[in-house]
Design a binder for this molecule. Sequence first.
Ligand code: HEM
Length: 260
Amino acid sequence: MPFGRPDSEQKLSYGGYLRVDDLTALQQLRSDPAQHDETLFIIIHQVYELWFKQLLHELDAIVTHLDRDDVLGGLRLLRRCHEIQRVLVAQVAVLETMTPMDFLAFRDHLMPASGFQSAQFREIEFLAGLAEPRYLESYERGSAQRARLERRLGGRTLRAAFHDLLVRRGFTADAEGVASLYRSAAAQMELFLLAEALLDFDEMVTLWRMRHVQMVERIIGGRPGTGGSDGASYLRGTVARRVFPELWEARNLIQGAERG
Ligand code: HEM
């Protein structure tokens, strides 16, 4: 594409293709007078939502690969998910440059909105295998967000796709089956690597939860959340939620390798 040409209807431009004007018009501050850090607060949430969209796109494709017994295809995209997750964890630090005073200067304008209502975050949890109907209550009946989550609730999950694959390859879909897979790792390298990659995915979700609650404590201490929960103590409770408990439980059953 030639540089320096203005947008025109005939020739595609960078800004036209990416809708940059639309994108940069989406940061509408609620504070008045405008508080400097509210721009950062909005942009970082929007960036998270864009990455959530990409993660959903990848996870759907991974489920399809696994259902077709294409483990390597699934692994390739799981690696991409891990890299995105690393970015999600790392960018918490950007928000930590905001002091408690800076945040409290505009926090009241956010009530009662909260990250708790992030439908794409819940969709990722549901699609991965952590589907809990109680989370639907945050969304109005008949709303598009609720409809998407309801579809996900009964839909195929990454965990179910992994379990079915285990069974097709002669293992039970539980901690015992995973331990048995690890004992035969040399002969089942592909499936073993998939189990490890799913564990990486789970670990990164947990790391994000840990970083998020630490950031929350740093910025608002023990205050209740804008969404109405009791804040950091609620969030601490979510850190224990695991997508693949059987992969963790199997660690109790695995023995040391015998090396010749
Ligand atoms: C100043 C920064 C932030 C503060 C003080 C904060 C605070 C909180 C609190 C207190 C909750 C618990 C629910 C509630 O009562 O509101 C929560 C939940 C949540 N927040 Fe944040 N948050 C911040 C930034 C972010 C960012 C940047 C994201 C990225 C999307 C995010 C995503 C979430 C999600 C997904 C939940 C639901 C977690 C769950 O239920 O497992 N938060 N947040």
